[in-house]
Design a protein around this ligand. Structure first.
Ligand SMILES: *Cc1c(COP(=O)(O)O)cnc(C)c1O
Length: 507
């Protein structure tokens, strides 16, 4: 790359930038999935070897925009893509994300005289705490991550450090830090045989985190009551916590990904969990990837059961949240908040790299992200979060979430009244169902033959996309509404039109 390259690179860029902005922000009019032809063409266009000479920027841009992009799906930019929990990218986040790429800042060491970026990250964490109604004094601590999976890894890693340290210290041992001495030695020093993760319907990534951290997926235990897989059996919880030879992390599903429902039902239960965990030296981790955002809702009867489900988050030790879901910033972005700043330092300390030590003259103790999170070199993920939060404020996010919940409830009600469908979990009155619906709708077809093919038939319309899942041994479909472009009046007839059409197919 030389001056000539640079001059050439600039040619035609304005038009391309404009086209990209238009694509990202105009109403999405194509199908939510790419056509088979577009996929085929995109696949065949991929270069199969690296030539000695490059094809040049101009040709590369055409290749990407004309061959590869048509093979994308509308996941993030269509408001009618309801798979997974996909979110979108708000205009303010999209703008900032472009700035992040253009200026390519590395956010790893807090060097207040060299760059503002760590201050921005710290400020963004504070804004998030404000949004989630968490006291900044305890919660402006943490890091941005690649997503909720990485944040859950951090949550279990911090929990492991804390509970084994507590046990080792009670045992009078100075071999107390897993980060320093390793898991087996500290287990031994603590007189502990097994570290358990106690949860109800944990997200799959929690098992992954347990696997990676040497805790073991088999030690992630479901401790639910008999007739509801999401509700804690408080008696069983106490029994497990009290088991001799165990140390425990309690992981709360604040927003279960299939149903969108909450594992706890209010401040009293959270207090009870906290008390038990304090008694037995356990760590409380909340996986609030999308559920934590329920805290921004108004105190009105309309949302009271959602608010109750995410009450008491401030009693946890650590909280996982996702940026690329309900916060609607681009992939990849998650966050991890922790009430104990030093614990993350013990786990993630980037040892013996004095040249990376952080100076601080600013008066606020901003920790270097590389010492409290997984990565060393890091993308400036905080900027899109900062940008989107200050642009739309609390009320902007509140209104967005209300529209998402209202659409979910309109669809739930329609399905409940429809002879071809069941809304899940199938218990309770219609009123109870609507009250407890967040921004996820889980449903199935009553007819087994239709049900087997339901998600395939819905997605084949390419008008909406739903995730296929399994509920109580039967296939089920999931509509997760998480895009900032949601408009309940516009989207309700689109969704119900597809569902009505599919219910009428006789094959
Ligand atoms: C999505 C999700 C995760 C995993 O998040 P990623 O951002 O995909 O890493 C974890 N927990 C819950 C509850 C989720 O919804």
């Amino acid at each position: 790359m030389d001056a000539e390259h640079t001059a050439k690179a600039l040619q035609g860029q304005e038009a391309i930038q404009q086209q990209l902005w238009k694509t990202a922000l105009s109403p999405w009019e194509s199908g939510v999935l790419p056509s088979a032809d577009s996929l085929d063409r995109a696949r065949k266009s991929l270069k199969t070897f690296l030539g000695e000479d490059g094809i040049g920027l101009g040709e590369t841009q055409s290749h990407i925009l004309e061959d590869i992009v048509p093979g994308f799906n509308g996941g993030s930019i269509s408001p009618n893509y309801y798979g997974f929990v996909t979110g979108g990218a708000t205009p303010a986040a999209l703008f900032a994300d472009n700035v992040v790429s253009a200026y390519d800042q590395n956010v790893q060491v807090h060097l207040p005289n060299h760059s503002i970026v760590t201050d921005v990250e710290y400020a963004a964490l504070g804004l998030l705490a404000d949004l989630l109604r968490l006291d900044r004094q305890h919660w402006q601590n943490g890091t941005f991550s690649t997503g909720a999976t990485a944040s859950n890894i951090m949550g279990l890693a911090c929990g492991r450090e804390f509970v084994l340290r507590t046990a080792a210290e009670r045992n009078g041992s100075s071999v107390e830090s897993v980060g320093e001495y390793g898991y087996p030695e500290v287990l031994k020093a603590a007189g502990i045989e097994r570290l358990q993760v106690l949860s109800t319907m944990p997200h799959s990534s929690l098992g992954k985190a347990a696997g990676m951290l040497g805790i073991g997926r088999a030690n992630v235990k479901n401790i639910c009551i008999k007739d509801d897989p999401l509700q804690f059996d408080m008696g069983l919880l106490k029994e497990e916590l009290a088991k001799p030879g165990t140390a425990n992390i309690v992981a709360i599903s604040c927003g279960e990904v299939n149903t969108g429902r909450f594992a706890t039902n209010g401040i009293e239960q959270m207090k009870e969990i906290r008390k038990l965990c304090d008694e037995y030296g356990a760590w409380v981790h909340v996986d609030g990837a999308f559920g934590a955002f329920g805290r921004i809702l108004d105190d009105t009867p309309e949302f009271s059961s959602i608010k109750a489900g995410c009450e008491g988050l401030e009693l946890a030790d650590s909280i996982t949240g996702d940026g690329h879901k309900l916060l609607n910033v681009p992939y990849d972005c998650g966050f991890f908040l922790c009430r104990h700043a030093h614990v993350a330092g013990n786990v993630f300390q980037n040892a013996n790299a004095a040249y990376l030590s952080s100076g601080d003259s600013s008066g606020i103790a901003i920790l270097s992200p590389l010492n409290i999170g997984i990565e060393n070199s890091r993308r400036f993920r905080a900027l899109p979060v900062y940008s989107s939060l200050i642009s739309y404020g609390k009320s902007g996010y509140r209104e967005m979430l209300k529209r998402q919940i209202r659409l979910a409830r309109m669809i739930s009600e329609w399905l409940y009244d429809h002879p071809a469908y069941n809304v899940l979990p199938a218990s309770g009155s219609k009123e109870e169902l609507l009250q407890s619906t967040y921004m996820v709708v889980l449903f199935s077809a009553r007819d087994d033959r239709l049900n087997e093919e339901l998600s395939k038939k819905i997605n084949a319309t390419s008008k909406i996309f739903v995730s296929g899942t399994v509920w109580e041994g039967r296939p089920a479909c999931r509509i997760a509404i998480s895009n900032w472009r949601v408009d309940e009046q516009r989207d309700f007839p689109i969704v119900t039109g597809v569902l009505q059409g599919v219910s009428e197919i006789t094959s």
